[in-house]
Design a protein around this ligand. Structure first.
Ligand SMILES: Cc1cc2nc3c(=O)[nH]c(=O)nc-3n(C[C@H](O)[C@H](O)[C@H](O)COP(=O)(O)OP(=O)(O)OC[C@H]3O[C@@H](n4cnc5c(N)ncnc54)[C@H](O)[C@@H]3O)c2cc1C
Length: 436
């Protein structure tokens, strides 16, 4: 195997986007004191950044501080709701990252002191850093739906962070009375996983079709639509008697655009929408408006909208030096808030951090996103896009993206069956690439 110099590495990093970077090059170490990188959050963004920094320069001391011992991927957690998967199949541990020589600390980070360059945990530990990478995912704006808060969400779960709440929601859906009503309230933009609500409606409808065929799903969306909307609606028409020309009609699924839930009475399970509709559900799933993870706010990294502005070349915060933010918390539009985007951003960030710690200039980055959604067990659709860095911004590369065809003839259904296989291998690949 040929040797890989630091300069080659940084050049490769600039072009690698989110493709797997083959390990096997010789790590380089620079003289002088050991450099310390502390990564806050061991989800997709944090795990990937830590791993790629360590692979690039094994002399850097890399520590991840993550609240939980195990991580459950949100990706494919909607399949848990339909019974296609068990939550356990989405569980990821940290032994793979330890093998790379990364220190793993399980603790809650209360805040980062940007002046002192120290990460502080709620149990009193302090972790000094030369550079800090922050990827805490999303938190919720609890004041946007009157009567709905974090405590109520334990019993009436949003299930937008895969884990206990996913199981609770699944149990509620699976024990809902025959002919009962499931109300889902997608969040306003921007939010984690733009196709997620459509995917959730599809998965729940697939479950109801077999186990509760007279059940109803009513979606009250504050937006005028959602990612892959026409594709999902086409599937609802094919399988669930939905009428896209009249989406609010009374079928198994009715979809109310521009009429989000503004209030919830947990006692009677009744939602009130912006237009004044009052509807009682048997199961209610309110997915609240979102913002960057709390540690970002506590550390002064967020703007007035609650998200973290960054320099897209390095993902360094524009508010505090030496702190980089990747993943859902960052302002990385036009990239969506997705796991694949977080993985891609983390690689760009890792290469930049290594370059900066070694006195080099970060290379020119590219970024990528792909997102699969299951329509049924054997049918999936996807969206993909490549992004470039231009004039200080992330921009879409014209003609680079793609969406699954809307056609559903025999030829295209075969392609969708292949997409279902690709989706499964995508999950294995991103998990291995981030935590393996
Ligand atoms: C239903 C659903 C389906 C999805 N499907 C897809 C999909 O098919 N494809 C796709 O690409 N994406 C999908 N996503 C989106 C994807 O899960 C997120 O975009 C991705 O997880 C973002 O990565 P992140 O690193 O920003 O946050 P996360 O992966 O959430 O990681 C954040 C980590 O930080 C930890 N943390 C937070 N705060 C602290 C703190 N103060 N101290 C210590 N630790 C902390 C958390 O415990 C967590 O482990 C889906 C999301 C949902 C909800």
């Amino acid at each position: 195997m040929s040797k890989f110099s630091r300069r080659d590495f940084i050049k490769a990093g600039a072009a690698v986007g989110a493709t797997s970077f083959a390990a096997g090059f010789t790590p380089f170490a620079i003289g002088g004191a050991t450099k310390k990188v502390v990564v806050v959050g061991g989800g997709v963004g944090g795990a990937t950044a830590a791993k790629y920094i360590k692979m690039a320069d094994s002399s850097i001391d890399v520590t991840i501080i993550e609240a939980n011992k195990d991580y459950h991927t949100c990706f494919f957690s909607n399949e848990v709701l339909s019974g296609e998967r068990e939550l356990d199949s989405l569980k990821v541990g940290y032994s793979g990252l330890k093998k790379h020589g990364i220190n793993i600390v399980h603790a809650w980070v209360s805040n980062i002191d940007p002046k002192g360059q120290v990460v502080k945990t709620s149990d009193g530990q302090s972790f000094p850093y030369d550079r800090c990478v922050v990827s805490p995912g999303v938190d919720f704006k609890w004041d946007t739906v009157e009567g709905f808060d974090a405590t109520i969400a334990e019993a009436k779960p949003h299930a937008w962070l895969a884990g206990e709440q996913t199981i609770t929601l699944k149990k509620q859906l699976h024990s809902m009375k025959q002919g009962g009503t499931f109300i889902i309230a997608p969040p306003p933009n921007p939010f984690r996983c733009p196709p997620g609500p459509g995917e959730r409606i599809t998965q729940v409808a697939n479950y109801f079709k077999v186990h509760n065929p007279t059940a109803k799903i009513i979606a009250f969306d504050p937006k005028k639509g959602f990612s892959k909307g026409p594709w999902f609606q086409n599937a609802w028409e094919r399988f669930h008697g939905f009428d896209s020309a009249n989406p609010t009609a009374d079928g198994m699924i009715s979809y109310h655009a521009l009429d989000g839930v503004v209030a919830f009475d947990a006692g009677s399970n009744t939602v009130t929408t912006a237009s004044g509709n009052k509807v009682k559900g048997d199961v209610v799933n309110i997915i609240p408006a979102q913002k960057a993870g709390t540690v970002a706010t506590a550390s002064g990294l967020t703007n007035d909208k609650g998200w973290c502005p960054i320099d897209a070349l390095t993902f360094e915060s524009t508010m505090h030096k030496n702190i980089h933010i990747v993943g859902d918390s960052s302002v990385s539009s036009p990239m969506p808030k997705s796991g694949y985007a977080a993985n891609s951003q983390a690689k760009v960030c890792a290469f930049a951090v290594v370059a900066l710690l070694n006195g080099d200039k970060p290379g020119h980055p590219t970024y990528v996103n792909t997102c699969y959604s299951f329509i049924s067990k054997h049918e999936a659709i996807s969206v993909a896009m490549v992004y470039d860095y231009k004039d200080g911004k992330i921009v879409k590369v014209d003609g680079s993206g793609g969406l699954t065809s809307k056609e559903v003839d025999a030829k295209h259904l075969k392609m969708r069956a292949r997409e279902a296989e690709y989706a499964h291998s995508w999950w294995s690949n991103i998990v291995d690439d981030s935590w393996g």
